[in-house]
Ligand binder design. Structure first.
Ligand code: CA
Length: 229
């Protein structure tokens, strides 16, 4: 699945350069020129990572980072701050605001992409092998298999995609619309009810191993995969 990266940057030349590099790296850029545009963008689609310019017109990148951390939807989305030299002294306040990494301008897009990939790997607990273990389940991306202990779990293709998305985005709540967007893809027209059907099937799939409780219903909000309960 393509990673969605939100670029919040007021300089259009940098925005375009980064967007171009992201597409080349098989990632999908989302663009915002200031904090307001960024907040509108995340309200529609939660990105996998946010690139945030420190110096923005209006609300600063730092203040936006603080606010994104407080919102349930974006609390866990990793943030890489783009700073100019001289702003480096402020790293401490950035770390306090929950920023994951820094890239100092001027940067090479090659360096930026490498940092993005490193942060994504860290935040998703993916060691690069495509195998992820969480809450008693193991999902093997390359083999397209799911294991519970030594058993292989028979799972349908949609339930597999749903589970894969949940396990790589654990402990976060997603609305039905967001799940449709991430798991089914934005271009496909599917009713939100469909999500409930596949959630039910996914729970039934996991039930023989008493792991159906990993998929939690959050009233009025959506669904969450949680291994901490
Ligand atoms: Ca700027």
């Amino acid at each position: 699945m393509q990673k969605r990266i939100l670029i919040v940057e007021d300089e259009s030349s940098i925005r375009d350069m980064v967007a171009f590099a992201l597409r080349k790296a098989d990632m999908e850029p989302m663009l915002a020129a200031d904090a307001r545009e960024a907040q509108l963008a995340v309200a529609t689609t939660v990105p996998d990572l946010i690139l945030l310019d420190w110096m923005l017109p209006g609300m600063s990148g730092l203040e936006l980072a603080r606010r994104l951390r407080k919102e349930a939807l974006t609390a866990e989305v990793p943030i890489i701050m783009l700073t100019a030299r001289g702003e480096e002294m402020d790293r401490v306040s950035g770390l306090e605001a929950g920023v994951d990494d820094y890239v100092v301008k001027p940067f090479s897009t090659r360096e930026l992409i490498a940092r993005i990939k490193a942060v994504l790997r860290r935040s998703h607990g993916d060691d690069g092998s495509g195998i992820l273990e969480l809450g008693g389940l193991k999902i093997d991306g390359p083999a397209h298999r799911v294991h519970a202990g030594t058993d292989t779990v028979p799972i349908g293709p949609t339930e597999y995609r749903l589970l894969h998305f949940f396990m790589t985005h654990a402990e976060r709540v997603y609305s039905r619309a967001q799940l449709l967007d991430h798991v089914w893809g934005g271009s496909v027209y599917v009713e939100e009810r469909t999500v409930d059907v596949h959630i039910r099937r996914l729970r039934q799939t996991l039930q023989p191993w008493q792991l159906d409780g990993l998929i939690q219903t959050v009233r009025g909000a959506g669904y969450r995969f949680s291994a901490t309960a």
